[in-house]
Design a protein around this ligand. Structure first.
Ligand code: ADP
Length: 186
């Protein structure tokens, strides 16, 4: 199964992503984790990405697309994967479509986790990551609504979008995830 997971920052996407990759045995491709690892390792990519990440802005498309292109070549992606945090712009989604068309491995489903902005601000306030300061959270929400939410239309038109309610306990939300993904899992 090849799956894109979309949701605003703080929607609980990371928690659900861990449960999804375990249940369906998928590689977990989190661009946020990859960028934080690059930053911690002090690579050129990490240094470039840091200036955007710490401001709550998206890292430029060309850097992210190159990162994902390389990652998708790794052997663990052959058995299916969950893309977590990518694509985040229409340009990224178009680049992904092209990459996957070249490989003959189209996406199976795009899962949207829906949580409203007020719940997000409360959840993130309790988390304590460097980019979880209130003003940076507000900027990340702006980036989500302006740059990432248009993907919902894009994938809706492609007939790939399935949306689920992200409010409730971890188990309640995961039950909704399973009701969408179980029927798709080979
Ligand atoms: P969250 O979903 O909680 O906002 P992530 O861990 O997915 O956080 O991403 C953290 C930061 O990394 C983003 O705010 C952004 O700066 C950068 N980033 C991650 N993925 C992408 C992407 N696909 N395109 C551009 N920037 C990205």
């Amino acid at each position: 199964m090849r799956l894109v997971f979309i949701g605003p920052p703080g929607a609980g996407k990371g928690t659900q992503a861990e449960k999804i990759v375990a249940r369906y045995q998928l590689a977990h491709l989190s661009t946020g984790d990859m960028l934080r690892a690059a930053r911690a390792a002090g690579t050129e990519l990490g240094r470039k990405a840091d200036q955007y990440m710490s401001a709550g802005q998206l890292v430029p498309d060309d850097l992210i697309i190159a990162l994902i292109r390389q990652r998708l070549e790794q052997p663990d992606c052959r058995g299916g994967y969950l893309l977590d945090g990518f694509p985040r712009t229409i340009a990224q989604a178009e680049a992904l479509d092209l990459m996957l068309a070249e490989k003959g491995t189209p996406l199976d489903v795009v899962l949207e986790l829906q949580v409203d902005d007020e719940a997000i601000k409360q959840r993130l306030a309790g988390r304590g990551r460097a980019d979880d300061k209130p003003e940076v959270i507000a900027q990340r929400l702006v980036a989500y609504h302006q740059q990432t939410a248009p993907l919902l239309d894009y994938y809706g038109r492609a007939g790939l979008l399935r949306s689920i309610d992200g409010m409730g306990t971890i188990d309640e939300v995961f039950a909704r995830v399973r009701s969408v993904l179980d029927p798709l899992a080979g």
